[in-house]
Design a protein around this ligand. Structure first.
Ligand SMILES: *[C@@H]1O[C@H](CO)[C@@H](O)[C@H](O)[C@H]1NC(C)=O
Ligand SMILES: *[C@@H]1O[C@H](CO)[C@@H](O)[C@H](O)[C@H]1NC(C)=O
Ligand SMILES: *[C@@H]1O[C@H](CO)[C@@H](O)[C@H](O)[C@H]1NC(C)=O
Ligand SMILES: *[C@@H]1O[C@H](CO)[C@@H](O)[C@H](O)[C@H]1NC(C)=O
Ligand SMILES: *[C@@H]1O[C@H](CO)[C@@H](O)[C@H](O)[C@H]1NC(C)=O
Ligand SMILES: *[C@@H]1O[C@H](CO)[C@@H](O)[C@H](O)[C@H]1NC(C)=O
Ligand SMILES: *[C@@H]1O[C@H](CO)[C@@H](O)[C@H](O)[C@H]1NC(C)=O
Length: 573
């Protein structure tokens, strides 16, 4: 028996060597595009197939079942649900031995599905031709909720609340309901920091549908860009898997116009048996392969690198600073930039940073404190005209970042890092509807005695938050002082006056041109939203030797609306 087994093994090997190519060709699933007429196409391979209509792909056959079922299916749309793209034609744009590239054309641009014979899923990308100026642009799957009962992002995993919960609850604001037990139900609890995602999607015991977006340079915004990732559709019960390739869910007004040819992706839409471990493995594989060598696009393949060292003007290295490569000479914040391609990194302990695989072009380099050793730094760094050339390493050497004199600091509450970290209730999760209501109306923080966690992450309720500080003397060299209020987010509806020893020195005001409302605080963002820097001059005569008080006095309040605190700094100028 033993001998014959060995013998059989040899036969098998022999057969494999001679006959495999033929066998494989016969057995291998073949990717296809079938035109059924009347704006209906079927695409796929032997593993899955999708029926695409003029707007919606309404069937997804995978593992023996249609995984769209009664749900809406796949589509591409801009500005919320207002404008779904209409596909006027489909064609095989390119193909190889074991793959095809199917192009669906709409008047706004082309959506591609790159289908490999043996891959469950497809690489997808969109090439702009005539998109209007827009805030939101997305591709998405609305899938069968029995096949996909659960959702997963890097910060949240579990069963999507059933539609029956929504039906039994009372709507209290935009996509937010209150249950009989007083708790809230909202799709925004399934939001996350977009650039921190590895794999995310919806899944169940039989199947999983995942988005794997390596590279991420086609997204708008910086490290703090947040987006809605997945959710239960509250009208229909669909399991929704969003791919917000340009989004504004946590921002104020953010709109971009795109050049003909701007390309989003390729990313991988990946199907499996619902295994998160397998999806994680696939992420690693895709991340390693990015930028994709197989993507034949001159601009995509034209990449170089950039490196440098941030040095603070007081001689310290900008340890751990956040670095962002974005638009050159822009008047937009790094979060609001979004017409082109964007890269993010963090400096090391010596202020050194490097970014690889940057598309050739001219960029603006931005940096800010990410807390840690430089949590006192209130200024940001900008250098325009940074040129990246194909195959070249751009070395920016030492970049000097002007900072204010630490010796002139009177007090600081909280780390300067554009997030609420360190303050009470800022965690453990970055999103929770209504958590801001748990922050107190009144509190007192005494410099030198209180801890950072005695201050809270968000302020909304009528009342006063006071900071008591002591001055040993009033320096004769100081012309005055400056109060910096760094807000990690602000949803209009609540306003405050800022007082120093009872005199009004500043404000946080709803409907002010300086402070447009963003959709962060009221949508349950507790860690960050759209960052704002407010600076208020303080006359020297207002300050006195001995005890002084800064009050942030809320003068009008709207439930769940207000601001997220990053830091408050008072310094001599
Ligand atoms: C073509 O599709 C439309 C919309 O899906 C449908 O109403 C119509 O009956 C179809 N026509 C034919 C000939 O199948
Ligand atoms: C799509 O998949 C289903 C289920 O496997 C199969 O019955 C159907 O023939 C496929 N469609 C095409 C066009 O191959
Ligand atoms: C797609 O066609 C529908 C009509 O069927 C229309 O309402 C919609 O506005 C079109 N989408 C766009 C982006 O023009
Ligand atoms: C799934 O969707 C159906 C409608 O297609 C709905 O009736 C049902 O309640 C949904 N299930 C869940 C768990 O939400
Ligand atoms: C920013 O610049 C653009 C033109 O480049 C201009 O249209 C816009 O009004 C400017 N915005 C602000 C806030 O200055
Ligand atoms: C906050 O302080 C104000 C002024 O002292 C007071 O009127 C108000 O009742 C306090 N609010 C709460 C909830 O204690
Ligand atoms: C609020 O502060 C800004 C300066 O940041 C100032 O321009 C504005 O006049 C103030 N508004 C009110 C209502 O005090």
């Amino acid at each position: 028996m033993g001998a014959s087994r060995v013998f059989l093994g040899h036969v098998a090997l022999f057969t494999a060597a001679i006959a495999a190519p033929l066998e494989e060709r016969k057995e291998k699933p073949k990717s296809f595009l079938a035109d059924l007429g009347n704006s209906t196409w079927v695409i796929g391979n032997g593993i899955w197939n999708v029926t695409q209509g003029r707007q919606y792909a309404t069937k997804l056959w995978y593992k023996g079942k249609d995984r769209v079922g009664q749900a809406v299916g796949h589509y591409v749309s801009y500005n919320g649900a207002a404008s779904d793209l209409n596909w006027t034609s489909a064609a095989i744009a390119d193909s190889g031995n074991n793959w095809i590239n199917v192009k669906f054309t709409a008047k706004e641009g082309d959506f591609h599905w790159l289908i490999h014979d043996d891959l469950a899923g497809a690489y997808q990308y969109f090439v702009n031709h005539a998109l209007p100026t827009l805030g939101e642009f997305r591709t998405l799957w609305r899938l069968d909720n029995t096949s996909f009962p659960k959702g997963h992002t890097n910060v949240k995993d579990g069963v999507l609340p059933p539609l029956s919960d929504y039906v039994a609850a009372t709507k209290v604001q935009d996509e937010t309901w209150q249950k009989v037990d007083g708790t809230f139900l909202t799709k925004y609890d399934w939001s996350a920091f977009l650039r921190e995602q590895i794999y995310y999607g919806v899944y169940g015991d039989e199947v999983g549908s995942w988005y794997i977006n390596p590279g991420k340079d086609y997204y708008n915004g910086d490290q703090l860009k947040e987006e809605l990732m997945i959710h239960r559709e509250s009208l229909t019960g669909d399991a929704v898997q969003l791919n917000m390739i340009h989004g504004t869910h946590y921002q104020a007004i953010s709109k971009d116009s795109f050049a003909d040819g701007k390309t989003w992706g390729p990313w991988l839409w990946y199907l499996n048996d619902g295994s998160k471990d397998d999806a994680a493995r696939r992420w690693k594989q895709e991340e390693k392969a990015w930028p994709y060598e197989w993507f034949e696009d001159v601009a995509y393949q034209s990449r170089g690198s950039v490196s440098g060292k941030f040095l603070l003007s007081d001689g310290r290295p900008a340890s751990g600073a956040a670095a962002f490569l974005g638009d050159s000479n822009s008047n937009l914040s790094t979060l609001d930039q979004g017409k082109d391609y964007y890269y993010t990194a963090y400096a090391d302990g010596n202020g050194q940073f490097s970014i690889d695989d940057v598309r050739a072009g001219t960029y603006g380099l931005y940096a800010w404190s990410n807390g840690g050793k430089i949590a006192d730094v209130t200024t940001s760094f900008v250098q325009n005209g940074v040129v990246i050339r194909k195959g070249k390493a751009t070395s920016l050497k030492t970049l000097t970042w002007a900072v204010t004199d630490k010796k002139k600091r009177i007090f600081q509450v909280g780390d300067f890092d554009r997030v609420t970290d360190g303050f009470a209730l800022s965690g453990p999760t970055p999103f929770e509807h209504g958590r801001i209501s748990k922050c107190p109306s009144n509190l007192t923080y005494t410099v030198g005695k209180s801890k950072t966690s005695d201050w809270y992450f968000g302020q909304s309720a009528l009342g006063t938050w006071s900071i008591i500080f002591n001055l040993v003397s009033i320096p004769s060299s100081a012309a005055g002082a400056k109060l910096t209020a760094s807000l990690a987010g602000f949803s209009g509806g609540s306003s405050a006056d800022i007082l120093l020893n009872g005199a009004k020195i500043g404000n946080i005001t709803t409907n002010s041109v300086l402070l447009p409302s963003s959709q962060d605080t009221y949508r349950g963002a507790t860690r960050a939203g759209e960052w704002r820097l407010l600076e208020f001059p303080v006359g020297k005569e207002v300050l006195k030797k001995g005890e002084n008080t800064v009050d942030v006095k809320v003068t009008s309040s709207t439930q769940w609306r207000g601001w997220l605190w990053d830091s408050i700094v008072l310094e001599w100028v």
